[in-house]
Design a protein around this ligand. Structure first.
Ligand SMILES: Nc1nc2c(ncn2[C@@H]2O[C@H](COP(=O)(O)OP(=O)(O)OP(=O)(O)O)[C@@H](O)[C@H]2O)c(=O)[nH]1
Ligand SMILES: [Mg+2]
Length: 372
């Protein structure tokens, strides 16, 4: 019996030798679904091995309003940067693998405390565990944003890095596709789409889903899906986070070298040029990080007291009342009765709202809890 690893390799080899086009997308989709399923099984075995005394993960205590992971090849200047923008002291040196573990630092900016994580350099094969790749990628997966550090003299490396993050289940700068799969008791696989499906036919979509062990399910689609997107939904462990790029070492690169390096980076991704060593562009980088984290300020007004207009609560700009309650204390959710809101998200001053109410930047919020 072939090991999980061998099975994955064999299927991957078949994918690699298949020419990719519309006619083969369905076939490739099924193969990818098989791989995704095997990988989930493999993760489970690994998690088990870890629990019984295998390799240890990096211990990082999350702190602050958000966590940003520094991702780059060795020696691109990650540690030099974290030392400049946070309170961390991480060793730097001109040789690869100077940093061997995860070093956290805090950057305070515009009232927000942003935790930045320095990490060992990532290398090809990281998603399979090379160079403590799994530990590094686990930290990256649990962060709120990826800050890629790119060195203009190693431009081809960005694609290699990005591929490793993709293999580790990260889908950067893209939303979770609106595909909903609900298992049902009987009736086979029922595909319902609100848009015309041009890439895959309904039977092809059903086939991929069946590959994951479903016999009956209702599938609702709101986009023209690719096989890859369906597999992502089936796998269920994909991380859809934000990523930005800092092109470092511009102090020693010519304009021509910088432009050439930027050409191989993905179009439309937030990008900044910096020199961590010289300190060039670092104030702008702080704004850049803050802006891309998508924060908003919520001012709390405890019942019967004045609102605190000096120290707002910094939360994600997608936060609902429920998420704000959680960030304050779990008890606020348990004892929650209702909340009152004044400001941009309120229809009128001190509107009464529930946990699911979507807040906006600058809102004033009062939470009313049960007595006991
Ligand atoms: N000229 C120049 N050198 C830099 C810059 N940033 C970092 N360096 C140098 O690059 C080398 C590597 O820097 P580190 O900060 O240790 O790089 P790292 O990415 O943390 O490397 P690993 O921990 O090995 O993954 C050091 O010699 C730094 O002084 C920069 O902006 N300009
Ligand atoms: Mg380092």
């Amino acid at each position: 019996m072939a090991t999980i690893e061998e099975q994955i390799k064999a299927i991957q080899a078949e994918i690699d030798k298949t020419q990719k086009n519309k006619a083969t997308e369905h076939h490739v989709g099924r193969l990818k679904a098989k791989i995704a399923k095997l990988k989930i099984a493999r993760e489970k075995t690994l998690a088990h091995a870890k629990a019984s005394g295998g390799g240890k993960g990096f211990e990082v205590k999350k702190s602050g309003d958000a966590t940003v992971a520094l991702v780059g090849f060795p020696s691109v200047g990650k540690s030099t940067l974290i030392n400049q923008v946070t309170d961390a002291k991480s060793e730097t040196a001109g040789y690869a693998f100077t940093t061997l573990t995860c070093i956290p630092g805090v950057m305070e900016h515009r009232g927000a405390k942003i935790q930045i994580l320095d990490l060992p350099g990532l290398i090809k094969g990281a998603s399979e565990g090379k160079g403590r790749g799994r530990e590094i990628l686990n930290v990256v997966r649990s962060s709120d944003m990826v800050l890629y550090i790119v060195d203009p003299f190693q431009d081809a490396h960005f694609r290699v890095l990005h591929k490793e993050l993709e293999l580790a289940g990260m889908r950067l700068n893209q939303g979770k596709p609106p595909v909903f799969i609900t298992r049902t008791e009987r009736g086979g696989i029922d595909v319902r789409s609100t848009v015309e499906q041009t890439r895959l036919s309904n039977p092809e979509i059903s086939d991929i889903i069946r590959e994951f062990g479903y016999t009956s399910a209702v599938v609702t689609l709101r986009v023209d899906v690719s096989a890859e997107q369906i597999v992502d939904i089936l796998a269920g462990n994909r991380i859809y986070s934000k990523a930005v790029i800092a092109l470092n070492k511009i102090d020693i690169a010519t304009e021509e070298e910088i432009v050439r390096a930027e050409k191989v980076l993905p179009d439309g991704w937030p990008l900044m040029r910096i020199s961590a060593f010289k300190g060039t562009g670092l104030e702008e980088l702080k704004d850049f990080i803050y802006d891309n984290l998508g924060f908003m300020r919520v001012y709390l007004k405890p019942q019967g007291q004045e609102a605190d207009l000096v120290e707002p609560l910094i939360v994600k700009d997608t936060s609902t009342v429920s998420e704000v309650c959680y960030s304050l204390h779990r008890d606020f959710v348990r004892k929650f009765r209702f909340a009152r809101v004044k400001g941009p998200s309120a229809k009128f001053d001190w509107q009464r709202v529930g946990l699911e109410h979507q807040l906006k930047d600058g809102d004033l919020l009062t939470i009313i809890t049960k007595k006991s």
